[in-house]
Design a protein around this ligand. Structure first.
Ligand SMILES: NC(=O)c1ccc[n+]([C@@H]2O[C@H](COP(=O)([O-])OP(=O)(O)OC[C@H]3O[C@@H](n4cnc5c(N)ncnc54)[C@H](OP(=O)(O)O)[C@@H]3O)[C@@H](O)[C@H]2O)c1
Length: 321
């Protein structure tokens, strides 16, 4: 099968190449998935370059390989079809459309992937395309984790979303609107109309204005960019408002345990979150934003583009065709 090989930490052109790899065989509790679509996310490029938030370098290297990547095929998110199942598999049948994330197992940048049936993937309804399914995952799961589960955002509240045009921002705007909150989105001039089209009630163009200039205060500030430290957030938050920082280093994460003004951590992935997300996408409450689609053979170009940090929503990898 065609696959991406991740040979070292570094620049896309040094770290990634297309190879012929052996097609995996499912174990008794595993499902063999023919992958149609995948993504290159901010998480994928951080991992490839070993460019993780301060303090997480050693931990990440211990999980993914100290001197070179232990997992040789990168990629987390996939949408595809079940091609074979192990003899103990009961949740899926051959021919099912499925989508989800392989998490730290990686391996999604390939024509085939094997995962335990209990991993974070679910059935895909026919009316959701493979590209839309895969593009809903990264931002969708992150938004569900932080806004719905941790912040318990709801009607009557307001939220400022910094980095509103990225994968997390585009999903967060739509989830916040679905939950009944008022949304102010922060992005550059060229993306203002785009985030309005996703439901942002108010916008801040960070090229021309200061976020603080409106004097509005918020129940929550979601910072996906990493340039609103706690001290800056104070003037933006209501008395009991909270900063949701998703780019914190280890020290900030540890100190947040004792700081009630801050929500932090790492987004979870589960079948339950995916089912909630599937309902949002199926009902048209969340439209996955797709910026570009690259064929698998252009994986290096896809990584270079995501590395720029300016994508609008998601970058999809088309694995078939
Ligand atoms: N803790 C967790 O569990 C977790 C989960 C998911 C993601 N993350 C992290 O969250 C971050 C964001 O992820 P993502 O997928 O949304 O990234 P992304 O899609 O690459 O974000 C790109 C967007 O960021 C915007 N941006 C860049 N500089 C900005 C600035 N100064 N102010 C406002 N917006 C700016 C760009 O908009 P313009 O072109 O308009 O500037 C662009 O649309 C990543 O660092 C990722 O690692 C953490």
């Amino acid at each position: 099968m065609k696959a991406v090989a991740w040979t070292k930490y570094g620049k896309p052109e040094d770290a990634l190449k297309i190879i012929d790899a052996e097609k995996p065989v499912p174990k008794k509790n595993e499902v063999l998935i023919k992958v149609y679509s995948s993504t290159v996310t901010a998480g994928d490029v951080r991992l490839r370059a070993s460019r993780v938030p301060t303090g997480f370098w050693l931990l990440t290297r211990l999980v993914f390989g100290l001197f070179k990547p232990r997992k040789t095929i990168p990629g987390m998110e996939f949408s595809g079809e079940v091609e074979a199942i192990g003899k103990e598999v009961s949740l899926f049948n051959i021919g099912d459309g499925v989508y989800g994330t392989s998490g730290v197992h990686l391996g999604a940048h390939a024509e085939y992937l094997c995962l335990p049936e209990k991993a974070a993937f679910i059935r895909k309804p026919d009316q959701i395309s493979h590209n839309d399914a895969v593009a809903s995952i990264f931002g969708g799961l992150t938004a569900i984790h932080f806004l719905k589960e941790k912040a318990k955002l709801g009607a009557g509240q307001n939220i400022l979303i910094n980095g509103a045009s990225g994968a997390v921002g585009t999903a967060a705007i739509q989830l916040a609107k679905y939950l009944g909150a008022e949304v102010t989105g922060v992005c550059s001039t060229g993306n203002i109309e785009f985030i309005k089209s996703l439901g942002a009630d108010k916008t801040v163009d960070y090229i021309r204005e200061n976020i603080e200039s409106s004097e509005e205060v918020y129940d929550f500030v979601l910072d996906t960019v990493g340039n609103i430290p706690l001290v800056r957030s104070k003037s933006l938050l209501k008395k009991h408002g909270k900063l949701i920082s998703i780019n914190d280093g280890l020290l900030e994460n540890l100190s947040a345990v004792f700081n009630k003004k801050r929500l932090r951590g790492v987004a979870g992935e589960s079948k339950e979150y995916l089912e909630f997300l599937k309902a949002l996408v199926s009902n048209g409450d969340l439209k996955p934003a797709i910026d570009r689609v690259y064929p698998l053979k252009q994986i290096v170009d896809a990584h270079k583009y995501v590395d720029e940090g300016r994508k609008k929503g998601n970058v999809v990898i088309s694995v078939v065709g």
